[in-house]
Write a protein that binds this ligand. Sequence first.
Ligand code: HAM
Length: 419
Amino acid sequence: MVQFRNIKGTHDLFPEELKTWQMIEKKIHEIMQKYGYGEIRTPVFENTELFVRGIGTDTDIVNKEMYSWIDQGGNSLTLKPELTAPVIRAYVQNQLNKQHPIHRLYYFDTLFRRERPQKGRQRQFYQFGVEAIGSPYPEQDVEIISLAYGIYKNFGIEKMEVKINSIGSSEIRPTYLALLKKSLQKYIDDFCNSCKLRLQNNALRLFDCKNSQCQEILMEKAPYIFDSISSDDHAHFIDITRRLDEMDIPYVHDKSLVRGLDYYTHTTFEISSSSLGSQDALCGGGRYNDLIQQIGGKSTPAVGFAAGVERLILAIGGMKTLESSIDIYLITIGNEANAMASNIANELREKNDNIVILETLRRSMKSQMREANRCGAKHAIIIGEEELANGMVIIKDMKTSKQVELPSSDIIKFFNSKS
Ligand code: HAM
């Protein structure tokens, strides 16, 4: 027999783990909404060209990591590897700019990248994130950074580092890239094969290489893009750092932080945690003032970040086994009692908001009681043949083992008084 297995780098999530996920999702929705962000959901796949144009041809994501295919109609499609380009596509397509001058959008979604799986790195993973579209001012960058920082604080994560940088506007890019190439050309033979190509085609992407020899050359010989930015961009950056100081958000200025996607301009930032191991980036983001125009919209400034959900779970110490939330296990003996119990279960769910499980395996009374214990139910309601005949039920408090007998018509009232 063939044994099917999940695809490498993907994972199944089961009810116990999903309780942690649901807790996280709930908190994220609450925090985002407190900052005035509204949720957006985009399709799971898009035209490949959107990502090529948005993220950039020489990036690792577009070069090596996208799940792309040609569909039956001959269109090249891609499972989304990130969410900024799809959100901006939706913004442009639906002309959201005509509704308001500013849009604050957030998402919680699943993504796909064909990376080498390891702790904190999957091929299917989840992100939450935000995109604030419309404001060019430093206060918008700071809102985004403090929102990201605030989320991790809210989850009790203390050991984190905020790194920020500015890569300036796209106008300074050609001059900087020429300088970078000139400084590194003589070391071309010492670079890995990918970096040899990067140096020719898109030299900023050299900073994405993980090869230690390439890193060493860059550290020693490459000029920082920050040292080439304009005075306006410099003032924008200083304004951000001043505001972060005022908000007591600690950060380090990392001049080598350029981030691996081509759409960034001005601010780039990452929050990392030493508790994560080699994949230490909790989240990353920045400004992208040219992307909207690049994919067919009117030039509009924007800034955002995205965060890995699996990495947040690792940082909070893994999946927490939360207390059982089952209120009542309905133990029934015989078909008739079970049929009547379905109505009781529904009434308890609807009127009292109780979480109720009704036996469907026709087990013995003893096994059902064991099951009620196993699933952590707070109460068991027992309806046997005798109780059915008398119109009575037995209610057992599973913690104290105390039992009461009452008319079945009083069940709702009984549990209502408990909540
Ligand atoms: P990114 O740095 O590619 O940025 O991803 C953001 C975060 O997603 C990372 O810091 C990490 O926590 C998580 N992540 C990335 N790849 C994986 C993976 N293979 N497995 C698990 N987690 C992963 C972006 O995606 C940009 N769209 C962020 C942004 C939004 N910039 C502006 N707006």
